[in-house]
Design a protein around this ligand. Structure first.
Ligand code: ADP
Ligand code: ZN
Length: 213
């Protein structure tokens, strides 16, 4: 099963992707994580992607298109995958069609804007394994330390007010229209992302298993 999670920054895509991945045993393809890896691993590509990420705009379609294709062609994706953060606009969705990547189910995770902002400003991620935490909603056992790997918890550079605003604008203008795009293909489902992590996950699993509409 090839699943696409759609949602604004802070909607909980990464958290839910990890849970689904654990349950179904299929990999997560997170474009944001792949781009952040590039910032530390690839000097020349870094120059091309960093200005966009820092300001909260989309990295050009041709660049992310190549990154996506290289990843999705790896053998571990043959038995299904969870896409998080790609496609983010209609052009990118068309690119998936063009390279022959089929999506079975697209699930939108809806969260209101005020909630998104408060989740993002308090978000901390593990420097080593990228696991997400929150200063008030999801505290680690030991302050500043990852529960899973002991890594250092840091704020993402783009989790600051003005960049958050840009990312949300980009989401409403460019990414949200993908809901209609996939609705017209009969593939779109929506869940309320304001519930607890567990109950959102239950709703998602119901969609994935074909129980919910
Ligand atoms: P968010 O929490 O904002 O959804 P991500 O970690 O998914 O964060 O992405 C961080 C940044 O990486 C985005 O603001 C954007 O600059 C870039 N990015 C991620 N995915 C894409 C994509 N599919 N196309 C273009 N840029 C992307
Ligand atoms: Zn960690």
């Amino acid at each position: 099963m090839n699943i696409l999670l759609l949602g604004a920054p802070g909607a909980g895509k990464g958290t839910q992707a990890a849970l689904i991945s654990g349950k179904l045993g299929i990999p997560i393809i997170s474009m944001g994580d792949m781009l952040r890896d590039i910032l530390v691993e690839d000097e020349s590509l870094k120059e091309q992607v960093e200005p966009y990420m820092r300001s909260g705009r989309l990295v050009p379609d041709d660049i992310v298109g190549v990154i996506l294709r290289r990843r999705i062609e790896k053998p571990d994706c043959k038995g299904g995958f969870i896409l998080d953060g790609y496609p983010r606009n209609v052009e990118q969705a068309k690119h998936l069609d063009k390279i022959g990547v089929n999506i079975d189910k697209v699930i939108g995770i809806h969260v209101n804007k005020e909630e998104l902002v408060s989740r993002l400003v308090g978000r901390r991620i593990c420097k080593s394994c990228a696991a997400p935490f929150h200063v008030s909603f999801k505290k680690p056992v030991k302050e500043g330390v990852c529960d899973f790997c002991g890594g250092e918890l840091i704020s993402r550079k783009d989790d600051v007010a003005d960049v958050i605003n840009t990312r949300l604008e980009v989401y409403y203008e460019q990414t949200r229209p993908l809901e209609g795009y996939y609705y017209n293909l009969g593939k779109f489902f929506v869940v309320n992302g304001e519930d607890s992590v567990d109950s959102v996950n239950n709703m998602l699993m119901n969609v994935v298993e074909g129980i919910a509409q």
